[in-house]
Design a protein around this ligand. Structure first.
Ligand code: SF4
Ligand code: MSK
Length: 632
């Protein structure tokens, strides 16, 4: 049963047997072919930042310095900062796409509209824009202008951070000198700072890393979420299904994969418009499913079912039922074209910075989004016609899920319990101990971990101990596939206190039963919603975020973005678990700072534990300590 060592997802297990029988390599095979992976790289003690290298430090002896004299601490800290800048740049670039769209909506240049005017007005006011007497396009123009200042400002304090971060945090960050000026400037500076012969001080480099975390949190996550809510609407609770069983052999299957919803929303629109053409081609219609975070975006707002998470993307293609996979940016395995060639389906890339050899490229632009989406959907119908006798193996695995829990939706549900004071029932139950605390599980799959195992085992342990879980990204996919985004999991797996609260709120909100024990808050950029919830909770309780009985966890982190998001969480004062260590263990100083000393400065720290039961115990211990400190 080798496949059960690779994944706990039953659909993925079935598909792995098929790819193995067909001799088609997947991410797991390539991981095996990479063994043993380089020890120097794993520890973070190799450097190739100049042409005198590559240099590597011997952790057990000589050499202790690279050619230029950089030691392990410098090299590890420098490499980490570069990774953080990489993750941050990805989210900031994503946010930029959304801001550019808002700017063009304001000038009437594109066929997108503002779906949530309330969010537009609320955002405008929060960032200091006077809205009285202005129409929504006028306000949108000013919001886009402010957002662009956050992205490209060169001095002062970054606007989106000043508008949203708690004052206590801003004071702490100001004292440490880590408040970013503008996103682009800080990302550029991190690249400069880590180049040969610039910064050799590990502490200074780590502080620059905190700055990257703040850029990611406010100019990446928060900015992208705010603008996407304005354009595409605020997520509200929605019912759907998760796992490969959402594909349907009788339909044209279109899979949207990547992160930015600007294209996927249009593709969805055109899939609905061209249903008749699909029927004329012999299909029963067009079925759209999602992978990774673009999948989460269209799930949150449109109920589109997620087919799988990061590690399952090749397996979706191996079903032979995907007629077209359209990708934008981030987390797209370059191998998707090989797998599609072995089975069936077109891969379509759309962004100038994300092309894959063997894929068709249909360039996406805001101005011609409709024409491009139409072309992509028509191509999917043509691809369906070519499916012919390709064997189709769709595992009969799908789980019912609930998603769409924006902060506004959560407060909406709570307001059914107490209309005047919606946070009161939540806080009262935390104080009474019915809810021990809250944990956000976020982030990816990583092939080094049995797919979904850490997410699922950790969360089962937490909810059994009355910890409310909120989830985003591929973590939410994993939990959805395992049935944890469904009210049945509350009845069957949650501790009695948590079950009672979720049942009371769910019934008051008219669900006829409990809320799920895990609330799906969205994509990776929607981690900003978690920041908003923590800020609101701390404000309500009159304490600082670092004092709340909460934690964050990336149980199976893979992407540099997981590191920059995690750094933002630590900067907010949150105890942040990682199921795998980043490449930092070659420096005791860096590892010690991030897992211990940083707590004195920021109130949060990283906690690394690969065993789910031990990780849950460590997180619960932390939550209990925080409760004790609050006198609870
Ligand atoms: Fe080697 Fe220093 Fe160049 Fe890095 S920067 S490759 S440690 S000489
Ligand atoms: S998609 S960044 S594997 S969560 Fe956001 Fe999943 Fe991680 Fe990509």
């Amino acid at each position: 049963m080798w496949e059960t060592d690779k994944t706990i997802d039953k659909a993925a297990q079935q598909m792995l047997k098929i790819t193995a029988a067909d001799g088609v390599a997947t991410v797991w095979d390539r991981y095996e072919a990479q063994q043993p992976q380089c020890g120097f790289g794993s520890l973070g003690i190799c450097c190739r930042n100049c042409l005198q290298g590559p240099c590597r430090i011997n952790p057990f002896g000589e050499p202790k310095r690279g050619v230029c004299g950089a030691d392990a601490d410098t090299i590890v800290a420098r490499n980490l900062l570069r990774s953080l800048a990489g993750g941050t740049a990805a989210h900031v670039d994503h946010a930029y796409e959304a801001v550019e769209a808002l700017e063009k909506i304001a000038t009437g240049d594109i066929d997108y509209v503002i779906k949530d005017e309330n969010k537009l007005i609320a955002t405008a006011r929060q960032v200091g824009i006077e809205t009285d007497g202005k129409d929504s396009k006028g306000v949108a123009k000013e919001v886009a202008q402010k957002a662009l200042e956050t992205l490209s400002g060169h001095e002062g304090e970054m606007g989106w951070l000043s508008a949203w971060a708690p004052k206590e945090r801003v004071d702490v960050w100001r004292q440490l000198g880590v408040i970013p000026r503008g996103a682009d400037r800080e990302i550029r500076e991190a690249m400069h700072q880590t180049s040969m012969g610039v910064d050799a001080d590990p502490t200074n480099l780590l502080l620059a890393g905190v700055k990257q975390g703040l850029v990611d949190g406010y100019a990446g996550l928060k900015l992208a979420t705010d603008i996407q809510d304005i354009i595409f609407g605020m997520p509200q609770p929605v019912k759907s299904e998760a796992n490969l069983g959402v594909l349907n052999a009788e339909y044209v299957n279109v899979v949207v994969h990547g992160h930015v919803p600007l294209l996927s929303e249009k593709v969805l629109e055109w899939c609905r418009k061209l249903e008749d053409e699909a029927k004329a081609a012999g299909a029963r219609g067009i079925n759209v499913a999602g992978i990774c975070c673009t999948g989460n975006e269209v799930l949150m707002r449109q109920g589109v079912p997620p087919a799988t998470n990061f590690l399952g993307q090749e397996l979706a293609l191996a079903t032979g039922a995907v007629d077209l996979m359209v990708v934008d940016v981030q987390c797209i395995l370059p191998s998707v074209t090989n797998v599609a060639q072995c089975y069936h389906g077109d891969i379509v890339t759309t962004m100038p910075i994300a092309k894959v050899p063997g894929a068709d490229h249909i360039p996406f632009s805001l101005e011609e989004a409709d024409q491009q989406a139409e072309k992509i959907v028509r191509q999917s119908i043509e691809s369906y016609k070519k499916r012919g006798s390709t064997p189709v193996h769709i595992p009969d695995e799908r789980a019912l899920i609930f998603a769409g829990f924006s902060v506004e939706a959560i407060i909406g549900a709570l307001s059914k319990v107490n209309a005047e004071d919606p946070l009161k029932p939540l806080v009262d139950n935390i104080k009474a101990g019915n809810i021990l605390g809250a944990v956000a599980t976020v982030g990816c799959n990583n092939v080094k971990v049995k797919q979904d195992m850490m997410h699922v085992e950790l969360v089962k342990e937490l909810i059994a101990n009355n910890v409310l879980v909120i989830a985003t990204g591929c973590s939410a996919h994993a939990l959805g596939k395992a049935g944890l985004l469904h009210p049945d999991a509350t009845n069957n797996l949650a501790g009695n206190g948590l079950k009672a609260v979720l049942t009371a709120v769910g019934e008051a909100a008219g669900l006829g039963g409990p809320l799920p024990p895990v609330l799906h808050m969205g994509s990776c950029v929607d981690n900003s919603r978690i920041g908003d919830l923590l800020t609101a909770l701390a404000g309500y309780m009159g304490v600082n975020i670092k004092d709340l009985p909460v934690a964050a966890s990336a149980p199976e982190p893979q992407h540099e973005k997981a590191l920059s998001i995690g750094t933002w969480a630590v900067a907010l004062g949150v105890f942040t678990h990682l199921g795998l260590p980043p490449h930092i263990l070659g420096s005791k100083a860096v590892t010690g700072t991030l897992t211990d000393k940083v707590e004195d400065l920021l109130g949060g720290k990283f906690y690394v534990e690969s065993d789910p039961a031990k990780a849950a115990a460590g997180i619960i211990r932390h939550i209990k300590d925080k409760r004790h400190a609050l006198g609870l």
